[in-house]
Design a protein around this ligand. Structure first.
Ligand code: PHE
Length: 344
C-alpha cells in the first residue's frame, strides 16, 4: 500500500493543466467519493495496526498535496480567465474609441517654453543646453561680475562647495558663456533651462524657476536690432497690438542694459490690478553684451558686438494664462494641470 500511495503522490506532483475542466476532472478522480484518495482511505481501515501510523501519515500527505495542487492550478487558471487567447481577439476592425486611456496634458511651463523657442526658431536661433550644476567662472566671473562685486548678491546663490566654488546656476547666461567659449560669431542661440535662487517661496517667487535667455553676436549688431527683435517677440507672444518699452537698468554683463515691459494684455494698457494700474508689465532683462564679456570668452570685441536678453518662463505663463500664484506650477495638482488640456 505504501508504494501505491507514493505512486499517487508522484502523479499528483506531475499533474498540470490550465484548463478549468481538466482540473475539475482531476479533483474528482483524486478526491471525489469514488476517487483514488478516498479509496485508499477505505483500504487504510483494513491495514494491520503496526503499519497504521506510518500509512496514516503518508495518506494525509497525499490528501494535502492533492488539495493544494487543485487549488493552485485553479487559481492560476482563474487569473487567465480575462486574458485574450490567441485566435480569440475579436473584431480587429472595430473602432477603439470607447476604451481609450484619458489623455495627459502638457505642463504650462513646457507649453510657454516651447512657444518662446518656436518664435526664436523662426528668427534663425538654435537651442543651446548646459549643466545645472556650474562653477563660478561660467555663472559669474566670465560675465563680468568682479570678485567682491555686490552684483553677486543680486542672485542669491545655492552653493554646493566652496573654494573652488561649485553652485547651482542662477541664470542660463552660463550656457551663453559656454557657447561663446566654444565657437566664433555669428552666434544666434536661445538657452532655455531651470535655474535656482535661494529665495523665500511665495506666490511671486520660488527657489526653482525656468528661464529662456538669448544671445546674438555678429559684426555691427546694434541696440536697434535688439529692440526690433524684442518687439517682434512680444507681438508673437502676446498679440499684434502689444507695445513694448525699455527702461534703463543694470546688469554686469551688458552695457547699456534695460528692462523690457510689455503693455498689459489684460486691460489693454488702461491699468488693472495685475499691472498695478500702470498699464505695463515687466517681462525681461536685456542689453548689449559688455565688451569685457566678449573678451573673457575669446571673442574680438573690436570686430563683433551683440545683444543678450533673458526672461522668466513662469512670469510669461502667468501673464498669458492669468495664473495668480507661481507655486501652482510646482505642485502637480491635476485640477490645475487639466486646465491646459486643450493647449498644445
Ligand atoms: N541673466 C539675467 C537674469 O537672470 C537676465 C539677462 C540676460 C539680462 C541677458 C540681460 C541680458 O536676471
Amino acid at each position: 500500500m505504501k508504494e501505491k500511495i507514493n505512486e499517487v503522490i508522484a502523479q499528483v506532483e506531475a499533474f498540470s493543466s490550465r484548463a478549468a475542466s481538466e482540473i475539475e476532472d482531476f479533483r474528482i478522480r483524486m478526491l471525489g467519493k469514488k476517487g483514488v484518495v478516498t479509496m485508499l482511505m477505505e483500504e487504510f481501515r483494513e491495514a494491520a495496526p503496526e503499519v497504521k501510523r506510518e500509512l496514516g501519515q503518508k495518506l494525509n500527505e497525499l490528501k494535502n498535496k492533492a488539495l493544494e495542487r487543485v487549488n493552485e492550478l485553479k487559481a492560476a487558471a482563474g487569473s487567465d480567465a480575462g486574458a485574450v487567447k490567441i485566435g480569440d481577439v475579436g473584431d480587429m476592425t472595430r473602432p477603439g474609441g470607447g476604451t481609450a486611456e484619458p489623455m495627459g496634458s502638457r505642463h504650462p511651463i513646457s507649453l510657454v517654453r516651447n512657444q518662446i523657442v518656436d518664435i526664436f526658431d523662426r528668427l534663425g536661433y538654435t537651442v543651446a543646453d548646459g549643466p545645472e550644476i556650474e562653477d563660478d567662472h561660467h555663472v559669474f566671473t566670465a560675465l563680468n561680475f568682479a570678485p567682491e562685486h555686490p552684483a553677486r548678491d543680486m542672485q542669491d546663490t545655492f552653493f554646493i562647495e566652496k573654494n573652488p566654488d561649485v553652485l547651482l546656476r542662477t541664470h542660463t547666461s552660463s550656457i551663453q558663456v559656454r557657447v561663446m567659449e566654444s565657437g566664433q560669431p555669428p552666434i544666434r542661440v536661445i538657452c532655455p533651462g531651470r535655474v535656482f535662487r535661494n529665495e523665500a517661496i511665495s506666490y511671486r517667487a520660488h527657489c526653482i524657476f525656468h528661464q529662456v535667455e538669448g544671445l546674438y553676436i555678429d559684426e555691427s549688431v546694434s541696440f536697434a536690432d535688439l529692440k526690433q527683435t524684442l518687439l517682434h517677440f512680444a507681438r508673437e507672444m502676446f498679440g499684434e497690438t502689444t507695445q513694448i518699452r525699455l527702461r534703463p537698468s543694470y546688469f554686469p554683463f551688458t552695457e547699456p542694459s534695460a528692462e523690457m515691459d510689455v503693455s498689459c494684455n489684460l486691460c489693454g494698457g488702461k491699468g488693472c490690478p495685475v499691472c498695478k494700474g500702470t498699464g505695463w508689465l515687466e517681462i525681461m532683462g536685456c542689453g548689449m553684451v559688455d565688451p569685457n564679456v566678449l573678451e573673457a570668452c575669446g571673442i574680438d570685441s573690436k570686430r563683433y558686438s551683440g545683444f543678450a536678453f533673458g526672461m522668466g518662463v513662469e512670469r510669461i505663463a502667468m501673464l498669458k494664462y492669468g495664473v495668480g500664484d507661481l507655486r501652482l506650477y510646482f505642485e502637480n495638482d491635476v485640477r490645475f494641470l487639466h486646465q491646459f488640456d486643450a493647449a498644445i
